[in-house]
Design a protein around this ligand. Structure first.
Ligand code: FES
Length: 99
């Protein structure tokens, strides 16, 4: 039987790590696998682990603009993400967590 619950997180960060192995553009062509690790580390360092969940995702549908990172339910979409963008993504999350 299906179970329905309320999400425990204030926001959920989805990092597309879809890899098409060069057959077509995909987010794993860029930094996203390491971006995911860096975001997880940054969330842990700030003690946000119970509030912010960082998850890898499959294709989000905007591959040509990738690597892509989404923040839900705030509907924030980052494209062309690199490792150097992680601090800016964390700055975007901070006010969401402290609201
Ligand atoms: S491969 Fe990442 S959005 Fe499609």
């Amino acid at each position: 039987m299906i179970e329905e619950k309320i999400l425990p997180y204030i926001c959920h960060v989805f990092v597309c790590t879809n890899d098409r192995h060069g057959e077509r553009k995909s987010c794993a062509d860029g930094d996203n696998p390491s971006v995911r690790s860096l975001l997880k580390e940054a969330v842990g360092e700030r003690g946000w682990a119970g509030k912010v969940r960082v998850s890898q995702s499959g294709c989000l549908g905007l591959c040509m603009k990738g690597p892509n990172v989404l923040i839900y339910p705030q509907k924030i979409w980052f494209s062309s993400v690199t490792e150097s963008d992680v601090p800016d993504i964390m700055k975007k999350i901070e006010p969401i967590i402290t609201e």
